[in-house]
Design a protein around this ligand. Structure first.
Ligand code: AMP
Ligand code: MG
Length: 343
């Protein structure tokens, strides 16, 4: 592979771009595609050779399964076998949250290649709400397997230029439809039915669909066990979403112990000094997730973009300020913790 092309998509030319990208997918190629969460690296989910290219381009270990994206709720039966005990719950969840950033882990349909699911008996499925991604699933007429379009363990891309930085020369095409509207990866759950009670939702990865939103349909609990060598979701790997520059997440301002001569940058929530982080040090650079106003939805959208800016600022260390762990703040803190993990 030599050249990676960026294909700009405006609303009026979406059809052509979608056709061009789908022609590549049909030919067994892989393409950078916008979703509402982050940019994905898509392949025909039923073509194992194409799926293998996704793992190779990302340098992703084969134990880390991909999410399968479908065109409509009706296509769920082509990739998953929904057990009768949870059929009603799946119907309610998909009616409420699809298309959108909720991924369901369900028993896999035999047609889904083992490579997609890393040999698991389950498959992760969602329907993206992004108009370009939706149109591609529809035109291809087959599900699209797509993890985030970054090299393994690195910061997820929320723009076509970020995909370019991650995968230039490794993929033929990136479809550019501007910045992602959610900014963090989908919420991932599995469903455990309970006799006469609402089901339990195991939260495999926190994301844009919050615990508060899911609670109307079931009891949200964390995944019980994390196995380092065979995670159920790579979101569960301790180190993930990581900049190359070391990042430290502070629990409180007094935890910051600067070393003389080292260059520190601050990943701030609002950029004002009320929280005592801005005034803590003579920072080389301060980047804010939600400048001034402090909105978690804006912070989520900007999180990976701001991480990238700080990573490219020539710092010795990035210091991140915590955000409140409610609603979308759970997903943001999860990403910051994993970005700060050092083994
Ligand atoms: P990424 O695109 O990097 O967000 O990766 C896709 C996510 O879906 C990862 O966190 C996967 O581990 C997760 N995933 C895919 N298939 C499964 C599955 N069968 N069980 C649990 N998690 C899964
Ligand atoms: Mg990822």
């Amino acid at each position: 592979m030599s050249e990676t092309r960026i294909l700009q998509v405006a609303d009026d030319e979406m059809k052509e771009a979608v056709s061009e990208a789908c022609a590549l997918l049909r030919a067994g190629e892989i393409v950078g595609i916008p979703t509402e969460t982050v940019y994905g690296l898509g392949a025909d989910a039923f073509n194992p050779e194409a799926v293998a290219k996704v793992f190779a381009a990302k340098e992703r270990p084969s134990f880390d399964p991909l999410i399968v994206h479908i065109a409509s709720r009706g296509d769920l039966k082509n990739v998953a076998i929904v057990p009768a005990e949870i059929a009603d719950t799946v119907n309610k969840l998909t009616a409420e949250f699809w298309p959108g950033p909720l991924t369901l882990i369900l028993p896999k349909h035999p047609d889904v290649p083992d490579l997609v699911t890393s040999g698991l008996a389950t498959v992760a499925v969602r329907q993206s709400a992004h108009p370009v991604f939706r149109a591609m699933c529809k035109e291809l007429g087959r599900p699209i397997a797509a993890p985030s379009a970054n090299r393994f363990g690195r910061i997820s891309p929320t723009s076509a230029s970020a995909v370019m930085k991650e995968l230039e020369g490794r993929i033929p095409l990136i479809v550019d439809a501007g910045a992602c509207s959610e900014g963090v990866e989908s919420t991932i759950i599995s469903i455990e039915p309970r006799e006469g009670k609402k089901p339990i939702f195991r939260l495999h990865r926190a994301g844009p669909i919050t615990k508060e939103q899911l609670q109307a349909f079931g009891k949200v609990e964390k995944v019980r066990e994390i196995k380092a060598d065979a995670p159920q979701a790579p979101g569960q790997l301790a180190s993930h979403y990581a900049p190359l520059t070391p990042l430290t997440l502070l629990e409180k301002p007094s935890d910051f112990q600067p070393v003389e001569g080292k260059k520190y940058g601050l990943l701030s929530y609002t950029g004002d000094d009320e929280g005592a982080y801005v005034g803590l040090h003579d920072w080389e650079i301060i980047e804010s997730l939600s400048p001034g106003s402090g909105k978690l939805a804006e912070a989520a959208i900007r999180l990976f973009y701001v991480m990238r800016l700080l990573d490219e600022a020539g710092l010795d260390e990035i210091i991140a300020e915590p955000v409140s762990e409610t609603g979308l703040g759970v997903a943001i803190m999860d990403r910051l913790r994993r970005a700060s993990f050092r083994s």
